[in-house]
Design a binder for this molecule. Structure first.
Ligand code: ADP
Ligand code: ZN
Length: 742
């Protein structure tokens, strides 16, 4: 399997044979701990250990697992140093992962220990393996035979090791009978593996015949995998064009060459369907990595990745920090998704960091999307990335027809959200026995509740945000902090009884209207409030696929990735509701989202129709959607961004200050702005109150650094922050390449 002839273990675990003989003398080394410290601390090791070796060390009253990181700095007297204890099996992070951690730390200005923590987030992964024992037929004969004993020995006679309980059950004997045979030496103990090992995906299990464009793209990707060198490619294809099918060819190539593959997906909800699809192609499921795993599964997967037993891992962004010893391919599916940005703790963009890891690993990275981020689009069009295009849907499916409905003329009665043309299209679709999807990117019943008598708006007590009415939960909920309250009997301001009115639509309200117009249609609401967790989402998707539902009304939870063969109509209830105001990527994001939603229609033989309700039919985004001219939109967007010196033509970093005491936060913001060094090609904006000025009771102020492309923005930030001391009560976070401007 491994063409180089080295077993995966030898690359990560220090097998005894490879250790230099008799080098057991105390050494010092800098050990990095998974904590927000400035750097590594010196410890005494009882033998020479290479970088990445994991050790157990004391710090204050606690013990931590850390990694040997750098040569000792030698400033602390040897007698004061504490000793690091080795771990069973001497696990070691691959050198490339250590380099990646350092790189991410420098780029994002995150303390290296916090980045290391992303790689070590595996409870008990380093404890000695609890050995499970099984039993086979031993050499001795029991002094006395009974029918039960005979049955047990007969079962054990096949040579397969079984646990005592399994033996008893299979032989229909009591545990005491088995125990007696063990004591008599008639059953012999053997060690069982901790878990059944990961199955190895079979590259030739069920190959599909690729069409011409897919074949050409696959050939390029396979060549890149075979070269075992860094390269980046944009796999650019409309939804349903077979991007997945195509990069599976590259995964197969990596498998054949004995290399590991990492496939990143933006959301867990997409992972579940993906695992089955992978199994259909490769004969078994890949290893998975996301927040929904139990600690036991995590431990098992982490170790299997490190030992090279897990050949393909599918996961969310944190999978980027797994200890692959022989990574040969990284795929970032739906590369434009904002979910790739980690917004808390270590703030990083998993798509960008995937490219970095690929460069460090010297392997190719494939970014797949129907609507790439402008950054990736520019990289592809300037030739920095290979640009692999799949312009057609596979097979009979054609792209849907997209029409705009001008809400300024087509609006029905006030307080309703489905225009006459949309209602007619729904009726036609239902009459034909086909399915429809209504899309609205807003959870709950209504985004705003106000008092009809005095105009008082119901807002969150912790956040500067409206409370959203949820009829399904019978509550007003803050979408920022989760705070919920019952709708009060009377207005908190003017005390008028039952004076509240709901303003604007959420999916629940659209569903109410739909049910009134089409009382016999089978309808489901799909949003994160009505579906709890991936399993419920999965059940709803299955019901839709099996046509147990006629119409699904949902938020972006249903907009992405899913394939419903009978779905021929998509209605976008309010296209102007991107919710991305004040964001340099507002147009791009609206385009991407609506394009994704539209892509749900007509994925099989029947042609699809998409109706987009808007008050701005002349807007560039709407026009590009209706004409299907995606690249015209990108070219225009590129010009806008270039003129504004916005990414990727300029660089941005945000500094967000937050704290319970608003005045101190504002003071700190002013102090920081004053301390900003003058720099060529650098401008500092702010401080200004953040879009949501208060969140969870904490006041937020933002500063924005805008720099020309050639500027080392990290160096600038470091120099700046070294000059300014924030009080402890104010938290400062640095967000390099921000994607959220709230
Ligand atoms: P994308 O990832 O671009 O949205 P998919 O890879 O999911 O596209 O393909 C869309 C559908 O077409 C899937 O059901 C897939 O199985 C099918 N398909 C794509 N290419 C082929 C092919 N070469 N042979 C058979 N089926 C294909
Ligand atoms: Zn709130």
């Amino acid at each position: 399997m491994d063409p180089s002839g080295t077993s995966p273990e030898s690359l990560t675990m220090n097998s005894p044979a490879l250790k230099p003989a008799l080098q057991v003398r105390p050494q010092r080394a800098g050990v990095l701990l998974p904590l927000p410290l400035g750097g590594a601390y010196d410890y005494i090791l009882d033998s020479d250990a290479p970088r990445g070796t994991l050790v157990d060390v004391p710090l204050g009253p606690r013990r931590y697992i850390g990694a040997v990181w750098r040569p000792p700095d030698g400033t602390v007297d040897e007698s004061k140093l504490k000793t690091a204890a080795p771990l069973p099996g001497e696990p070691r992070l691959p050198e490339s992962l250590c380099n990646f951690i350092d790189w991410v730390s420098r780029y994002t200005l995150t303390p290296p220990g916090l980045v290391l923590a992303l790689a070590l987030r595996v409870p008990q992964a380093f404890a000695a393996e609890v050995s499970r024992v099984g039993y086979v037929r031993g050499t001795a004969m029991p002094p006395r035979m009974t029918p039960a004993r005979e049955r047990v020995l007969e079962v054990a006679g096949d040579g397969m090791a079984r646990s005592a309980a399994a033996l008893a059950e299979e032989a229909n004997a009591s545990p005491a009978v088995v125990r007696g045979l063990i004591d008599a030496g008639a059953l012999a103990e053997v060690a069982l593996p901790e878990f059944s090992p990961f199955a190895c995906p079979d590259p030739g299990f069920a190959t599909s015949t690729l069409n011409l464009e897919q074949e050409a793209a696959a050939r390029t990707l396979c060549g890149a995998v075979a070269s075992q060198r860094f390269s980046a490619a944009l796999l650019d294809g409309v939804t349903g064009s077979g991007k997945t099918e195509t990069y599976f060819a590259a995964v197969a190539e990596a498998l054949r060459r004995g290399r590991q593959t990492l496939i990143l997906l933006p959301e867990i909800a997409l992972t579940v369907q993906f695992l089955d699809r992978f199994a259909e192609r490769f004969g078994c499921r890949p290893a998975e990595w996301h927040s929904d795993l139990s600690p036991k599964e995590r431990r098992r997967t982490w170790r299997a990745v490190m030992k090279g037993e897990a050949r393909v891992v599918v996961g969310a962004r944190s999978a980027l920090f797994l200890p692959f010893p022989e990574l040969g391919l990284i795929v970032v599916d739906e590369e434009h998704e904002q979910a790739y940005k980690q917004e808390e703790g270590a703030i990083y963009h998993a798509r960008d960091m995937a490219v970095v890891r690929a460069r460090i690993e010297n392997c190719p990275v494939v970014l797949a999307s129907a609507t790439p981020s402008l950054e990736t689009y520019v990289n592809a069009s300037t030739g920095r990335y290979k640009w692999l295009k799949l312009p057609r849907r596979h097979g009979a499916a054609v792209m849907p027809e997209i029409r705009l409905i001008d809400l300024r003329h087509a609006r029905a009665e006030p307080g309703t959200w489905l225009s006459q043309p949309l209602r007619e299209a729904l009726a036609t679709t239902l009459a034909a026995g086909e399915q429809a999807m209504l899309f609205l990117n807003r959870r709950g019943y209504a985004p705003l509740t106000l008092c009809e008598a005095c105009g008082h708006k119901m807002t969150c007590s912790q956040c500067s945000a409206w409370l959203v009415e949820h009829r399904y939960h019978r509550k007003l909920i803050c979408h920022h902090c989760g705070l919920d309250t019952a709708l009060p009997q009377s207005c908190p301001q003017c005390h008028t009884q039952a004076s509240f009115i709901a303003c604007g639509p959420g999916v629940e309200r659209v569903a109410e209207e739909f049910a009134a117009v089409f009382p016999h249609a089978r309808m489901a609401i799909a949003s994160s409030d009505t579906m709890h967790g991936p399993a419920e989402t999965q059940a709803a998707i299955r019901a839709m696929t099996k046509h147990e539902i006629d119409v699904v009304i949902g938020t972006q939870i249903v907009a992405k990735g899913h394939h419903f063969p009978q779905l021929t109509l998509v209605g976008v209830v309010d296209a102007d509701l991107g919710g991305f105001d004040g964001d340099i990527r507002a147009r791009e994001r609206t385009f991407q989202l609506l394009h994704q939603v539209s892509g749900r229609a007509g994925r099989a033989e029947k042609p699809g129709l998409v109706l987009i309700q808007t008050r701005n039919p002349d807007d560039a985004v709407m026009k590009a959607l209706a004409s299907g001219d995606r690249d015209a939109f990108y070219e225009q967007e590129r010009v806008y961004r270039e003129r504004a010196h916005a990414p990727p033509f300029g660089r941005l970093a945000a500094i967000v200050l937050s704290g319970a005491d608003g005045e101190r936060v504002r003071d700190c913001g002013r102090m920081l702005a004053k301390a900003a060094p003058a720099g060529r090609g650098v401008k500092v904006w702010g401080p200004t109150p953040a879009f949501y000025q208060v969140l969870r009771g904490r006041t937020r102020e933002r500063l924005l650094v805008q720099a020309e492309r050639h500027v080392d923005i990290q160096a600038y930030l470091r120099a700046w922050l070294a000059r300014a001391q924030c009080p402890n009560a104010v938290r400062l976070t640095v967000d390099v390449d921000p994607v959220s401007f709230f």
